[in-house]
Design a protein around this ligand. Structure first.
Ligand code: HEM
Length: 405
């Protein structure tokens, strides 16, 4: 077979939509090392131990394939848009198979723990300012160097509506941190179940794209956990690297909010790690070795850096967002994405971000080195929160797609 490298693909000059052949040759369906993470380390402590790369979401997948082929999807979307709160009854008129599936999928597992969720909210209240920027520039940027995810997003409808997609993902990050996220009046159960439905739709639609290899089903259980680690585990790793003083109960609460999200997204309990130690061990096997550049991910990262471009928020410029990305993700990932060092902000972050966080968190009383940068970093975080809140003001409804890109 011809080996088409990424560089060859980029050189053809026909744009990314001409490079599907490259992807067909590189879609990863086998693991270098056999899967050996034990279900004993999961939230339920037991399981069959099958490689998650071989498992999808059969219950959701059959219902959504049927709905897309035989039902009135725009009408389903209109009905689902009225379903917002965890404790709200489903609207009448959904196809029976879909309604039955949702009633089953919306139930919390027996291991859901309200006390741990209360600690999670404490965590978000105190750390919320960092979380928005980390969801975008730790997790969001990381998604662009997760080859399966970058390609799935790029060739699905969301790839051509990236601003809207970023806003909907921001809503996911907001809902998981809201008070009562999984309780009455909260929205996280609905957001997760809708997302599970979208992923099942993508499994049905994407293989029909001329740009997608027909024999590859996207979004395996392995892919889902990889992305989970790019969110939960990566954020906890980053906050730990910043030496944030986080009480054990709050760190555990944050984990629990993500364990429940995983369950409600259709990830099998046997793959959901029970502690941060287990999560880190799993990520070392599942996430760290697979990060790699792709043409599709490069394009998505480039768009992500433009997020502040049409706003009047001067500290959300490409240069500063790029410097922040390089600082958080490291030189290797920044080089893959061809994000340059920024002459002022890169050295500033390297020298002063640590002391800034220490002062902000009350760990250090004074630190002369952060006097001037303190204001700039504070203003950066403030502008980011402004951006984040403005994104959430858009009316957002996660909808079943009918097409690919
Ligand atoms: C859609 C979150 C894993 C690919 C979505 C949406 C959310 C979301 C909130 C709805 C956004 C929208 O409607 O535009 C998550 C979370 C994940 C996860 C929290 C794991 C913890 C994955 C993985 C892949 C993936 C592993 C691919 C390998 C997609 C695609 C869409 C989507 C292609 C549809 C985009 C579109 O057509 O609009 N996801 N996702 N997701 N997700 Fe995920």
């Amino acid at each position: 077979a011809h080996r088409l490298s990424r560089r060859d693909a980029l050189r053809t000059g026909t744009g990314l939509l001409g490079v599907a052949g490259a992807m067909a040759l590189t879609a990863r369906t086998a693991r270098a090392e056999p899967w050996k993470w034990s279900p004993a380390d999961s939230v339920v402590g037991v399981g069959g131990g099958a490689d998650p790369m071989t498992i999808y979401d059969p219950d959701a997948d059959s219902v959504l394939a049927d709905a897309i082929q035989h039902a009135d999807v725009p009408q389903i979307n209109r009905l689902l848009a009225t379903w917002v709160y965890n404790d709200q009854a489903l609207p009448a008129g959904l196809p029976k198979g879909l309604a039955d599936f949702i009633e089953d999928a919306r139930r919390l597992p027996s291991w859901a723990d309200q006390g741990r969720l209360a600690s999670s909210f404490e965590f978000t209240k105190k750390r919320g300012t960092y979380l928005g920027v980390l969801y975008a520039f730790a997790s969001g940027m990381m998604s662009t160097v997760i080859p399966h995810e970058a390609r799935a997003v790029y060739y699905s409808r969301g790839g051509s509506h990236l601003k809207e997609r970023i806003a909907k993902t921001a809503k996911f990050g907001y809902d998981i941190g809201a008070v009562n996220a999984y309780g009455d009046g909260g929205e996280m159960i609905v957001t997760c179940v809708k997302t599970r439905i979208i992923h099942a739709s993508v499994r049905h639609l994407l293989p029909q794209s001329p740009h997608w290899p027909a024999d590859v089903t996207p979004i395996s259980q392995d892919d889902l956990m990889v992305t989970w680690h790019s969110l939960a585990t990566t954020i906890m790793r980053t906050l730990t690297a910043w030496k944030l003083p986080i009480p054990a109960a709050e760190s555990d609460g944050y984990l629990h909010s993500w364990q429940l999200a995983a369950h409600l997204l259709g990830i099998r309990d046997e793959y959901i790690p029970s502690t941060w130690d287990q999560a880190n061990a799993q990520a070392a096997q599942q996430l760290d070795p697979i990060l790699a550049p792709t043409a599709e991910g490069h394009d998505l990262a480039d768009q992500l850096l433009n997020l502040g471009a049409d706003l009047d928020l001067t500290l959300l410029s490409r240069g500063i967002l790029g410097a922040f990305t390089r600082f958080i993700m490291g030189d290797k990932v920044a080089d893959w994405l061809t994000i340059p060092r920024e002459p002022v902000w890169s050295p500033l972050l390297e020298v002063a971000w640590g002391p800034y966080v220490a002062v902000r968190e009350g760990v250090l009383a004074v630190a002369p080195v952060v006097d001037a940068p303190y204001w700039m970093f504070d203003e950066f975080l403030r502008q980011f929160v402004l951006w984040y809140m403005s994104e959430l003001r858009m009316p957002l409804s996660i909808e079943i797609p009918l097409t690919n890109r």
